[in-house]
Write a protein that binds this ligand. Structure first.
Ligand code: HEM
Length: 501
């Protein structure tokens, strides 16, 4: 009897023990490889490391929508250079302007690429954001002339149309006496600009306009950065599962890509037959490059990345600027005086005038300092390199805490006050290089910066020509922020309007 009992239970016990020991072993190995090793890698550098959680790292520091606050707090606690874990990936945060200058400019060849978390799928693997080294250089070189002053002047009529539409929407809100969310309203404007200029879409009807605008908006409506990330890069599993779960992201992406493909095909046909084409960014991409041209696949990839990189960032900037003007009436008056004297009506808005309004430029610069939509960027270290005595190891993710840098009181006294005068020519001359990075830095900076500034300036001039912005009950003061894929207003940017004429 005892023998039988032994026979039945001992092996069972030993299997249980074996499974338990294996489970413990697996956990220990996983923790060791994905927590202890990367943590040690950072600690060995002699920098302060923010205490991470096993496996999650510092992902939840200060909450998932307060990553901009985490940058400021880390700066206060650990200094301008410190370490965190992005899940298990060691992340070196560099908020020191001197080091940033070396990373972005002097040692550019060692930090030319962004850190890749996943391998993107076609066509997103062909975007200028994702490409590396020579492949990146080739596409970026072809793209640069697309955003030149003369090319941007050519698309002014398309941006002006979208701007007129923005004023119509605002007029309706003013007539109805209701507050308006300038963040969402300006989102419609920046979406129209990208669809018209980059996707080459000439809306044939209101219905088509609505369908296309809604499809593009769907790529952004979900503020969950992770879902957006998967939808953007369309990992195979996501591509299969999302439509089955009733989602529209994959469908919208395919619809937009198909529309752009059709426009491209028609443009190529027209070009062959000598039929003049609309002068937009899509056309510039088709014609750009001498011997070496972008393929259709590459053009569509860039169109998508321009939509992703350009829609939200510029809309957020306009939302933040409208809020800042409403809450700072003195600044708004100064801007209004400048616009009234140098650009008094719709007919006087042209490219050169927009770029010669000094106070407008100062207001936008201060908006981007206080509320940088791209609140962090990163680079990958190609080789081990020592910068100002700090060893930056090969393959490490190097991040720039843009929000933290812009709110560092040593660089920007009274960082939480909206003071456009910080960007007067005299003050600008005193600025420490790399202490202001709303568009990133060095040769890998934002390729769409001029388009973004043109869009923002044109919209703000039109807004100020037509309305006075004021705070109302719906205006949230101070404005609550959300750090997701970009830094945006958490609950919108509501202001009241009074028509000026
Ligand atoms: C206010 C609006 C915008 C802001 C604040 C902004 C900011 C940035 C930042 C910080 C970067 C990373 C730079 C770096 O790594 O050093 C970037 C890259 C980029 N941006 Fe923008 N951006 C804006 C608008 C636009 C627009 C309108 C477009 C295109 C239509 C655009 C296209 C891109 C592209 C393609 C890159 C990647 C460049 C490369 O890797 O070579 N951005 N942007």
């Amino acid at each position: 009897m005892i023998k039988i009992f032994d026979f039945l239970w001992l092996p069972q016990l030993s299997i249980q023990s074996f499974l338990f020991a294996s489970f413990l072993g697996l956990i220990t190995i996983t923790l060791y490889r994905n927590f202890i090793v990367p943590y040690r890698k950072l600690s060995k550098l002699g920098i302060n490391v923010s205490p991470p959680m096993p496996l999650l790292g510092n992902m939840l520091d200060y909450g998932s929508t307060n990553r901009h606050i985490a940058q400021v707090k880390r700066q206060e606690l650990y200094g301008n250079v410190c370490g965190t874990l992005f899940f298990h990936i060691p992340n070196l945060w560099v908020g020191d302007p001197e080091m940033l200058k070396i990373i972005t400019v002097k040692e550019f060849s060692n930090f030319a690429n962004r850190f890749s978390l996943t391998k993107p799928r076609p066509p997103f693997d062909k975007t200028v954001v994702q490409l590396k080294d020579q492949d990146w250089k080739r596409v970026r070189t072809i793209l640069i002339p697309t955003f030149s002053t003369s090319k941007l002047k050519g698309i002014m009529p398309l941006i002006t149309d979208a701007g007129d539409n923005l004023i119509k929407t605002m007029s309706k809100a003013e007539e109805e006496g209701r507050a308006i969310d300038m963040w969402r309203t300006c989102g419609v404007y920046t979406m129209k600009v990208i669809l018209a200029t980059v996707f080459g879409i000439d809306f044939e009807s209101k219905e088509q306009e609505k369908k296309l605008t809604e499809s593009a908006a769907r790529l952004f409506r979900n503020t969950n950065g992770v879902i957006q990330f998967f939808s953007i890069f369309l990992t195979p599993l996501f591509r299969m599962v999302e439509p089955l779960l009733g989602g529209n992201l994959v469908k919208s992406t395919i619809y937009l890509a198909k529309t752009a493909e059709n426009v491209l095909r028609e443009r190529r046909r027209n070009l062959k037959n000598g039929i003049p084409c609309r002068r937009d960014i899509l056309q510039q991409m088709i014609e750009a490059g001498d011997g070496d041209k972008l393929t259709d696949e590459e053009i569509i990839a860039q169109a998508f990345i321009f939509l992703i990189a350009g829609y939200d960032t510029t809309a957020n900037t306009l939302g933040f600027a409208s809020y800042s003007l409403a809450t700072n009436p003195d600044v708004q008056k100064k801007l209004r005086d400048e616009i009234d004297s140098l650009c008094p009506d719709a007919n006087s808005i042209d490219y050169d005038t927009l770029f010669s309004l000094p106070y407008l430029d100062m207001v936008i610069s201060e908006t981007l300092r206080m509320y940088p939509p791209a609140y962090f960027v990163n680079r990958e270290a190609k080789e081990d390199i020592t910068i100002n005595g700090l060893l930056v190891p090969k393959d490490i993710m190097v991040s720039f805490p843009i929000y933290g840098i812009h709110h560092n009181p040593e660089l920007w006294p009274k960082p939480n006050e909206f003071i456009p005068e910080r960007f007067s020519p005299e003050e600008k001359a005193k600025q420490i290089p790399c202490s202001y990075l709303p568009f990133g830095g060095g040769p890998r900076n934002c390729v769409g910066m001029r388009l973004a500034l043109l869009e923002a300036k044109l919209a703000l001039v039109k807004i100020i020509q037509n309305f006075e912005l004021k705070t109302v009950a719906e205006t949230e003061i101070p404005l609550k922020l959300r750090s997701g894929t970009t830094l945006s207003p958490f609950n919108g940017a509501y202001v009241g309007l009074t028509r000026r004429y």
